[in-house]
Design a protein around this ligand. Structure first.
Ligand code: SF4
Length: 311
């Protein structure tokens, strides 16, 4: 724990990290296996959705743009740890200059998933993206279509963007790429009914009606602190089984981000706004660290099974 890449052990020992406010030991996940490695390509985005859990918008660099040189060592380290998939999120990954080169490299080693809003940045790079179909491993896309109602989607993403994203989705599918959909949930909704409401749009894009739809709850803006119940060790054994604990992302994945010019490993895709979840500069050391469930988004994972993963 003395390497310069290791975060100060102070916070790992601190009461706030280890204990809930009533003094009970916090619930935790001891990571078992690195199956999925996420890269956050930066919080620069061509859109400015007010609900973005990353606070991404044009010109934002809370999380910085990655280059192929930044990514390469983590791909090799992840492969040595047995990784099964590389996943990319933003911001909008297709605004970053080296995204096609990064995917081209990663696809030599494992399947890749890219989360995208499927608007101009992806459209503008289609010529670079199309040949990636011929790589040794498959490239899959997850397109954000927030609601099965174009007007509700366009309210925050801009007029005409539902139709554009659906059109780009159709192009991806026609080319031979697999596509899933990401949507936002609304309080009190009937999830099955909302998913069914996507079927006419899936048909329009030529996608099967069984297309995976990943549902995202309200995660709140980065740095926010909504009141949620604290998760204790007792909660994790009373309400969770070994199997459901293993399904939590911090058990089997990590996310690499670039902050202040340094590549850092965070516990999962949902906690990069809290420095306590900076687990170091290498995957090997990050995988050894017990992840305490103190972030408000941990409660969403715990109670609702929220996950960014499709594994
Ligand atoms: S947000 Fe979820 S996956 Fe991330 S550290 Fe908390 S419980 Fe684990």
């Amino acid at each position: 724990m003395s390497s310069p890449a290791t975060p100060p052990s102070l916070h790992l020992e601190s009461k706030v990290w280890r204990l809930a406010p009533d003094g009970s030991p916090r619930g935790y996940i001891q990571p078992k296996l690195l199956r999925e490695l996420w890269f956050h390509t930066g919080t620069n985005c061509n859109l400015r959705c007010p609900f973005c859990l990353e606070g991404s918008k044009p010109g934002n660099n809370r999380l910085e743009v990655m280059t192929l040189a930044d990514v390469r060592p983590f791909i090799q380290e992840a492969l040595a740890l047995g990784v099964e998939q590389f996943s990319f999120t933003g911001g909008e990954p297709f605004v970053i200059p080296e995204i096609a080169a990064i995917l081209d490299h990663a696809l030599d080693y494992a399947p890749c998933l890219v989360l995208t809003n499927a608007t101009e940045p992806l459209l503008n790079r289609f010529q670079q993206v199309a040949p990636l179909l011929n790589k040794p491993f498959p490239l899959n896309f997850r397109v954000s279509l927030d609601h099965p109602d174009p007007a509700a989607h366009d309210l925050y993403r801009g007029h005409g963007n539902f139709a554009l994203s659906l059109n780009v989705t159709e192009q991806l599918h026609r080319h031979g790429f697999a596509v899933s959909i990401a949507r936002q949930s609304r309080a009190g909704e009937d999830p099955a009914a909302v998913n069914r409401a996507y079927i006419p749009f899936l048909r329009e894009a030529g996608l099967p009606e069984t297309t995976t739809i990943v549902v995202f709850p309200e995660f709140h803006e980065p740095g926010s602190h909504p009141e949620v119940p604290h998760i204790t060790e007792a909660c994790m054994t009373t309400y969770k089984s070994e199997q459901t604990r293993d399904q939590m992302m911090c058990n089997f994945s990590k996310m690499v981000v670039k902050k202040d010019g340094r590549m850092r490993v965070y516990a999962c895709t949902l906690v990069d706004d809290d420095e306590d979840y900076d687990l170091g500069g290498t995957l090997t050391e990050a995988m050894k660290i017990r992840v305490m469930l103190k972030h408000h988004r941990c409660y969403t994972c715990f109670a609702d099974g929220a996950s960014c993963s499709e594994l």
